[in-house]
Design a protein around this ligand. Sequence first.
Ligand code: SF4
Length: 362
Amino acid sequence: MFQQPLPMEITRLTPEETATRLKEARCRLGDELMILGHHYQRDEIIRWADFRGDSLKLSQLAAEHPEARYIVFCGVHFMAESADVLTTPEQVVILPNMSAGCSMADMANIRQVEACWTDLAKATDTSRIIPITYVNSTAAIKAFVGRNGGACCTSSNARKVIEWALERGDKLMFLPDQHLGRNTCTEIGLDPEKDMLLWNPNLPFGGTTPKEIQQRKVILWKGHCSVHARFTVEQITEARQNYPGIQIIVHPECELDVVRAADLNGSTEYIIKVISQAPRGTQWGVGTEVNLVNRLAQEMPDKTIFCLDPVVCPCSTMYRIHPHYLLWVLESLVEGRVVNQVSVKPDIARDAKLALERMLKL
Ligand code: SF4
């Protein structure tokens, strides 16, 4: 996505000057403005958020507040797209920095997915394959899934959606995160070796064969999250050695071995809930994005909480939402100009909404 350069005057502001002007702009926009902050955003952004949460929760909140004309989504591009799909046509969704994408969502583009579907049709009846996409995907992928009888899922409800899909079809295709797909299918009793295969969009016929497609139940797309792929079993072993009695909790975007070696796994909302409700004095090694983990550690000084990855691992694309960008979009609105609007084409939005609504109904 193209991001125009910020006015030089804004880039020269100190953090204090930026905060003063942000406060003023926010005040002037009043109830017409809603700022949403994803859990993985840095603290200097989160402090301005009216709501913080995971991507779906934030989009739903925007839809529940039609009085908010301007939704400034401090997250990444696919999140702003979902918010646009779920909100009314009168609401304007804005992403402060257009270059804030998601490496995982970028691993499945619509041309690759349509080519894959055509290849699958050479081996099996695609009307019996139910496509499922993690919400961390482009609106075009969600629309493809909606058109083909599938649904979206989040890391909280992936199990429910996968079970629903397997009741409706003979096979499922899971996009774009192989790990969430593999972890969840393993949890419901499928065998990663015998029941699943990996579709590599960069290889002829996905690097697989018609026979394998006919034999396996689950087609996993070869995508991953570059943040969660950094967590390893060795980090967990080391944390257990250094902190006897520690509990390990990881996100299901981590690899299967990591999830198996952890005590608990679940979505960011689940991680926050479990650690918040844990007794004082407990110790937690956490396998998810470091901004969230550090915030939990600050908010709960009575517990030991740290990120399992010793080399700090922020989501680099989330990090592109700097306070200067937030200030630029807010001051533009004050001046009556909408910049960085994220708008999904009506036909794509209609089909993507189908996929989102099927999930929400479950
Ligand atoms: S943490 Fe991973 S999945 Fe989430 S936005 Fe960043 S790259 Fe994408």
